[in-house]
Design a protein around this ligand. Sequence first.
Ligand code: FES
Length: 652
Amino acid sequence: TDDPLVIFTPSGKRGRFAPGTPVLTAARQLGVDLDSVCGGRGICSKCQITPGYGEFPKHGVTVSEGALSEWNEVEARYDRIRGLKEGRRLGCQAKVCGDVVIDVPPESQVHRQVIRKSATVRDITMDPATHAYYVEVVEPDMHEPSGDFQRLCDALRDQWQIEGLEADASLLGKLQPVLRKGEWKVTVAIHRDHRNKPRVIDIWPGFWEGRLYGLAIDLGSTTIAAHLCDLRNGNVLASSGLMNPQIRFGEDLMSRVSYAMMNPGGDREMTNAVRTAINGLAQAIATEAHVDPGQIVETVFVCNPVMHHLLLGIDPVELGQAPFALATSESLSLAARDLDLTAIHRNARVYVLPCIAGHVGADCAAVALSEEPNKSEDMVLIVDVGTNAEILLGNKDRVLACSSPTGPAFEGAQISAGQRAAPGAIERVEIDPATKEPRFRVIGCDLWSTDEGFAEATAQTGITGICGSGIIEVVAEMRMAGILDAGGLIGSAEQVGTARCVATGRTNAYVLHDGTAAGGPLITVTQGDIRAIQLAKSALYAGARLLMDELNIDNVDRVVLAGAFGAHISPKHAMVLGMIPDCPLDKVTSAGNAAGTGARIALSNIASRAAIEEEVGRIYKVETAIEPRFQEHFVAANAIPHATAPFPELAA
Ligand code: FES
């Protein structure tokens, strides 16, 4: 036809449109990502575009001056009051008159978000469950007796194709004054749950310029980590974490389950503790980002099954005994106030990812969502290192999962000088194999301990302990420097030839840092520390091995290390320890907090929720607790690296 040709950049999408078609309409029809909150009324300015004029040899078009319509009254008024940038037009007002090349600037294509993962960068389409819609409602009339809410529903149906809307009684009370104050023009925040049921979250008079935020929370047994995200563009505005206060009821999951079993009302106590902590965290993170916590309208949780039950207020006692039945394994969409999350918007919604099985939780589902083993061509082993390691193995044909009771040693707990990853914690260690002298780095300082200026640089924080990545490195370095034998025994000063090995009772310890002269701590690695790490790494390795047995394979193509501190674990040291099966070192990558990333994906894109719900149904679960081979692998994996499986990649 002779209709004008419209080409959008950077997408390259093109099509012919009848003269007079608004640019926004053309974009919609071509599936071009051009934003709009006001539905094309010239109010929100989210639809801004930049038309290009002149020759476009690449696209084979020449764009003349009159390719878009002149400014109309709406656009002129917007420019007068708010000001449009040079060369910009409102896509909803400018109409196509001739062939034209239209650039969509990044701030107008907010439906795209880039999430960095292990080795790749991933595009996530921004389509959160909660959106704000500007809508114009018909005024009431003596002859048309319908209610204000019904007319709001009609308007949303006609203007935004939203049907079957629900609202709580509290909002119905707010609706009438807001409609009148806004002169029948209002902005409505609407949440769709995973079954697509729309529900009003809040309503504001006129065009509301505010932002909606969401929290992605990784609720671990040791730490609770949260990201505060802008629901328009997915940007993380602040990240924060704190210790799980349930630790006082038991360090690991099973001790918390026993606490619930032994103490009537114990589960309730733990539920209250964690909910209070989450409220505090939400408040703190909002303050840090200068955001009104009342604008946090969504929260996504990922957590292991015991945390999942305690968060929801379900007694976890069934998870403590075979057959480890979950109260529910399905994903959940709930009101935040049902979980006593009162620090955020009073109508905020909560989404909890599905659990895979009694020992493999929603956190593992979130790792699967983030790392997508089900789309991998090669055989990938993903280990989420935490108090309970969760392990996924597979490729596009089949994915298996299990969990392994590593205990909290990898997080610095149960280690004599262990601490949380915080400024002052030793996180990197090297030991000279000849002199046995260490050098290290602490969180919050870019220098090595042997560098000039290190003492001044760390004067503020001090050197306080060793975090999880530090303990993995120091144990591996001790093994490589011959301070530790393959059985995990620390040698004496004479055997090793360094005064850094000191006798402590019947065993030896290695002095990593002696700050006592300056009133600081003495940081040593004790035989008990080595044993705790050996138990943890054997459990991790045995879990991975069990899944490999199930698939009848001896090697994996690549390994992904995930976990709150997964990003900090050095692959080399992890392999020296024998935490993970042998694999080329360059095929071992860190995914950082993949569970947290999965939570952010579920927060950013509602379709991803359906996708992971479906995938979880396909993941095959291997139960380590009842599998005798797990014990065999566990015992065999005790040595460093270990006695049974060869580690040719390490030798090379
Ligand atoms: Fe809102 Fe154009 S769509 S101003």
